[in-house]
Every structure is written in structure tokens, then in C-alpha cells.
Design a protein around this ligand. Structure first.
Ligand code: ZN
Ligand code: ZN
Ligand code: ZN
Length: 141
């Protein structure tokens, strides 16, 4: 009889684990789907907001875990924007012009990699550039 109870407990444990596992797969599917809906850069919080609507048990920690996983698989690229980490599915470049006087950050659209020519010992995936200076309205002052 003791053995039977043990077996029952074991069975419950296995079923619980399977349920957990399938929930994980489902959450991964949701995250992948929502990832696909972004056309540009996004933050983990924005992704979490969208994913939460499909599964309210899906926490921000899960989102971070998957983002890290995708990044290692080189399916996702990360950048730092105004002290926040943002992500992109494509190998987009992300560059800023930052005013040293007022701290205003504007985005630059740099596509050419010409200035890297002969300077990098390897293959470029994406780049991020911060250019510092004085913005127009601060120059006028
Ligand atoms: Zn990259
Ligand atoms: Zn930015
Ligand atoms: Zn300024």
C-alpha cells in the first residue's frame, strides 16, 4: 500500500512537471509571437506588456530569460538607449547625438559602415555610436 502511494505521488510529480514544461513552451511561443509584432526597437517592459495580455502569469523575469537566450542565439541584438536596454530583431544600428549642455538625446540614422573599414579585425554584426556635442538650441544661447 505504501508503495502505491509512492507511485501515485511520483505520477502527480511527473504530471505537474509536464504541465510546467508545456506552460514554458507556451510562454516561449507567446514571447516569440509578440517579438515578431515589433517593427522597430523595443524594451523588455514593452514586450512584457504585450505578452502579459496573452498569459497573465508570464512574469518580467521570464521575458528577461528568453531575451537573454535569444541574444545568445544571435537572433536578437541589444543596444543601450538613454540608460535603458533596447532590443531589435534585425541587425539595426543605433546611434545618438547627445548634447553635453542640456543632455538632449537625438537619434542618428547611420547606415554606412565605411568609417570602420580596415579598423575591425573580424565581422561586424551591428553598431552603436554615441556622438557628443552641443545641440542647436544650446549653441544659440
Ligand atoms: Zn548584433
Ligand atoms: Zn536610442
Ligand atoms: Zn543642448
Amino acid at each position: 500500500m505504501k508503495n502505491r502511494a509512492y507511485l501515485n505521488n511520483l505520477l502527480i510529480l511527473i504530471i505537474n512537471n509536464m504541465a510546467k514544461l508545456s506552460r514554458k513552451t507556451k510562454q516561449k511561443e507567446i514571447i516569440l509571437e509578440e517579438l515578431g509584432s515589433f517593427r522597430s526597437f523595443f524594451t523588455a517592459e514593452e514586450l512584457h506588456e504585450k505578452a502579459k495580455k496573452k498569459d497573465n502569469r508570464l512574469g518580467i523575469a521570464t521575458v528577461y530569460r528568453f531575451l537573454k537566450e535569444f541574444k545568445h542565439q544571435e537572433e536578437l541584438h541589444s543596444y543601450s538607449c538613454d540608460r535603458k536596454t533596447i532590443y531589435s530583431k534585425g541587425k539595426n544600428n543605433h546611434s545618438h547625438f547627445i548634447c553635453e549642455k542640456c543632455g538632449t538625446i537625438s537619434h542618428l540614422d547611420l547606415k554606412s559602415l565605411d568609417f570602420f573599414k580596415g579598423k575591425i579585425n573580424g565581422e561586424i554584426c551591428h553598431f552603436q555610436l554615441d556622438v557628443y556635442g552641443t545641440c542647436k538650441s544650446c549653441v544659440k544661447k
